[in-house]
Design a protein around this ligand. Structure first.
Ligand code: NPG
Length: 375
């Protein structure tokens, strides 16, 4: 592939309702879109990706405006020689970008757009490319921290009525045992899990053990990102299976977490780990180790939601993911919205990772695009 231009554009899309986690309240999603215009075998092709980074560095150290800077200043120049010589493929991007430390979300967005262009040129769906084994995936929903338990119960009942197959409750100190108990009492059989986004320390172990009474599928990332050893210690004293999100940034860190006994389950977010290809490697490592994985979400627009569904259709994804309908977050998406059918999201069959986004929607939500020529 020869890259001609890469176009970066920041969108700000309002959310249907504020989304509160232990680290922030979001009322809109700032999302950076990446468009590549390229030639494959002489034919012009366009590919799209979106970046998981939030507007502020509160989930990880990356943030959207920083992604623009690192992409322009450091990532694109590393692709130019391979592009000029027409030997750039999506599979070479990770290695070419490896001199830059970290910045996995920025790398993931660029790799996704290149992979989308490559698969569109080959007329191949992402699910086929990955070797996905399912045509639809069960849909779970992430429920933000609410103002009160009655309000939480209303929200959860609404999602269950829509057909969601599993509830993930965001927790933090002061919002944990009581809301979990309330959901469990109202819905004795619902598949339920909790996500702390690193809001606790090992000092809270005795308190967190109280969650063992509620038959949870898992507890996700109770401790800080670099506390692998402490997660392993907590896992030893809790019955509830330990799941890692923020701590797993690569296949190597997944292998370490598994080996240490810090993770019985892994949440795989393609953007957090540097892209879909590394995400598949984590799936492979976990599957070979007998560790369950599921696909996490970063409030994706339609540019990445279907690609997440294709990833989640691999055989090792044995738990429902945070792959909800577009309407969970957005009144209006930038592609055809993903809808819930019988509690599932269909795995896309079109070529590439996504539909081309609607130009009018991009204009409505977007700042001016920044067009970068690839030298
Ligand atoms: O369904 O896309 C979704 C959201 C799932 O809760 C969700 N994501 O910590 O996993 C998380 C959280 C998140 C959202 C993290 C945005 C970072 C950014």
């Amino acid at each position: 592939m020869i890259l001609d231009t890469v176009t970066l554009r920041l969108l700000r899309i309002p959310l249907v309702a504020p989304f509160t986690t232990s680290f922030s309240t979001q009322t809109a999603r700032t999302v950076l879109t990446v468009r590549v215009d390229a030639r494959v075998g002489g034919t012009e092709v366009t590919g799209w990706g979106e970046c998981g980074a939030l507007a502020e560095p509160v989930y990880s150290e990356e943030y959207a405006a920083g992604v623009v800077d690192v992409t322009e200043r450091f990532l694109l120049p590393l692709l130019s020689e391979a592009s000029r010589e027409d030997r750039l493929t999506a599979e070479t991007v990770g290695e070419l970008l490896s001199p830059i430390v970290g910045h996995r979300m920025a790398k993931a967005a660029l790799e996704s757009a290149i992979l989308d262009a490559q698969l569109k040129a080959a007329d191949q769906s992402f699910a086929q490319y990955l070797g996905a084994t399912r045509t639809r995936v069960p849909s779970g929903v992430s429920v933000g921290i609410q103002d009160s338990v009655p309000q939480l119960l209303d929200t959860v009942a609404g999602y269950l009525d829509e057909g969601y197959q599993r509830i993930k409750l965001k927790i933090q100190p002061g919002w944990d045992v009581a809301p979990v108990r309330a959901i469990r009492e109202a819905h004795p059989d619902v598949a339920l899990q909790v996500d702390a986004n690193a809001a606790y320390t090992l000092v809270d172990a005795a308190h967190l053990r109280r969650l063992d009474d509620f038959d949870l599928l898992l507890i996700e990332q109770p401790l800080a990102e670099d506390d692998l050893r402490q997660h392993a210690e907590l896992a030893r004293v809790m019955k509830t299976p330990m799941c890692l999100d923020e701590s797993v940034v690569s296949a190597a860190s997944a292998a370490d977490a598994i080996h240490l006994g810090a993770a019985a389950v892994i949440n795989i977010k393609p953007s957090r780990v540097g892209g879909y290809l590394e995400a598949r490697r984590i799936h492979d490592v976990a599957r070979a180790s007998g560790i369950a994985v599921w696909c996490g979400g970063m409030l994706e627009t339609g540019i990445a939601r279907g690609a997440n569904a294709a990833l989640a259709a691999l055989p090792g994804f044995t738990l429902p993911g945070d792959i909800s309908a577009s309407s969970r977050f957005y009144t209006e998406d930038v592609t055809t919205p993903y809808v819930l059918e019988d509690g599932h999201i269909a795995v896309p069959t079109f070529a590439g990772l996504c539909e081309d986004p609607d130009p009018a929607a991009l204009d409505r939500f977007g700042e001016a695009p920044r067009v970068l020529a690839v030298a």
